[in-house]
Design a protein. Sequence first.
Length: 74
Amino acid sequence: MEHVKSRSHMWYLLPILVGLIGGIIAYWVLRHDDPKKAKKCLYIGIALAIVGIVINILIGTQISDLAPDFNVNV
């Protein structure tokens, strides 16, 4: 039977504050001591990265409506 060492819940802040990179770092550090928490941190990082991409796409499609005279390439 493998001994699982419980780690602090503060590890969840790393993917929340840093995103996908923070989730990968937290997974790398926690993977042997607390594999469940490591996977959750990775999933949080992935989910927040996807949310960020979706928000950027939504804002990018709406920016032309906000400033119709703003042409960067002209």
